[in-house]
Structure formats: structure tokens, C-alpha cells
Design a protein. Structure first.
Length: 210
């Protein structure tokens, strides 16, 4: 139960920070805040659940054999529940600040899909390398590497899609109106493709030797 609660709490706060910083005038500093949040959450909960906070990272870990199938299902349920609660909390908090105009992201489908695939690939590739290899085990840089990877990918692709790379976050921003429901498949499909490609490439590079 501790593992699932950790994933719930982590995804809730990651989604809260994402939605609020993207809509409260933080501007270009938002990716730094979001990346720093993920870094802190990985350090806070990594020893309990692995610090996924993202359904496609959980799927990548499942493909890598680092999480049990039953746990993976509950992880994803907890992550989606965290994003759901965060969406309602963030919408309420934005309303408290006054009439905040949340404008949906405008997608060019092929560009947005490619951006989400590439960003998720990079994030999942970093996670797999720093958290699942013997050569990196015992190091204290996991959170830094993962947080900075997310920050970099958000700065790179954020102007195209918002820089989500996470189906749970996609659920959250769709509920708050930051993205249209008709576009949610771009985030889901892009993240799944990116994580699957990263895991495949990782297995090609490492095989069963690490």
C-alpha cells in the first residue's frame, strides 16, 4: 500500500505544479519548477515505489522486469487518481486567484505527436539508465538526472505540446481545459510510443548484461 500511496502523492503534486505554474504567470520558469518537483519527488519516494509518477515509466519498468505486473496496474491506477484529484484542486486554486483564462493548447497533430514521442523517449531512456542498471546502482544522481531531463525536454518541446510526456498529466490538463479532450490521444499514444521505443533501445544496448 505504501508504494501505491507514494505514486498517488507524487503524481498529484507533479500535476499540481504543472497546471499552476503553466497558468499563474510563471512563464519561462515553469519547466524549471516542474523539473525540480520531479527531482524532489524521485528523491522523496524512489526508495518506496521507484518514483515513477508516470504510467509509461511504469510500463517501461515492467518491460525491464523491475516491477511486478500486479503492482504496475495499481501504480497506474494510483497515478491516474493523483492526476484526477490534482486537476480539481488546481482548477479551484486558479479560480481563487481571479479570472484566470486557461487557453487550450493548439495542436498540429503530426508535430505534436512527434514532440511527445521524442520527449518521452528521452525521459524514459534517462530513467532506465540511471535507475535500472547495476553500473549506476547506489549513485545519488537519479533525481538530478531525471529532473533535468524533464526540464530540458519541456524547454525543447513545450512550445509545441506543453511538454507533457505523461498520460496522467495529460488527463489532468484535459480536465482543467489546458488541452481539448479530442487531443488527449496525442499525449497517450505519443508517450506510449516514446517509452516503448526507449525501452527497446535500452534492451538493445544493454541486453541482459546489466
Amino acid at each position: 500500500m505504501k508504494k501505491y500511496l507514494t505514486e498517488f502523492i507524487g503524481t498529484l503534486f507533479l500535476t499540481l505544479v504543472f497546471v499552476l505554474t503553466k497558468n499563474n504567470g510563471t512563464g519561462d520558469m515553469a519547466p524549471l519548477a516542474i523539473g525540480a518537483t520531479l527531482m524532489a519527488l524521485v528523491y522523496a519516494g524512489g526508495h518506496l515505489s521507484g518514483g515513477h509518477y508516470n504510467p509509461v515509466i511504469t510500463l517501461a519498468m515492467l518491460m525491464r522486469g523491475k516491477v511486478e505486473r500486479g503492482d504496475a496496474i495499481y501504480y497506474i491506477v494510483a497515478q491516474m487518481a493523483g492526476a484526477l484529484i490534482a486537476a480539481f484542486l488546481s482548477a479551484f486554486l486558479l479560480h481563487c486567484q481571479g479570472n484566470v483564462d486557461i487557453r487550450p493548447i493548439q495542436h498540429i497533430v503530426l508535430c505534436s505527436l512527434l514532440a511527445e514521442v521524442l520527449g518521452t523517449f528521452a525521459l524514459a531512456y534517462v530513467v532506465l539508465n540511471v535507475m535500472t542498471t547495476r553500473s549506476n546502482s547506489g549513485h545519488s544522481h537519479d533525481g538530478l538526472a531525471i529532473g533535468f531531463a524533464l526540464t530540458a525536454m519541456m524547454y525543447t518541446f513545450g512550445s509545441i505540446t506543453g511538454g507533457v510526456f505523461n498520460p496522467a498529466l495529460a488527463l489532468g490538463i484535459s480536465l482543467t481545459g489546458m488541452s481539448l479532450w479530442s487531443d488527449v490521444w496525442i499525449y497517450f499514444f505519443g508517450a506510449l510510443l516514446g517509452a516503448a521505443a526507449a525501452t527497446t533501445m535500452f534492451q538493445v544496448l544493454y541486453g541482459s548484461g546489466d
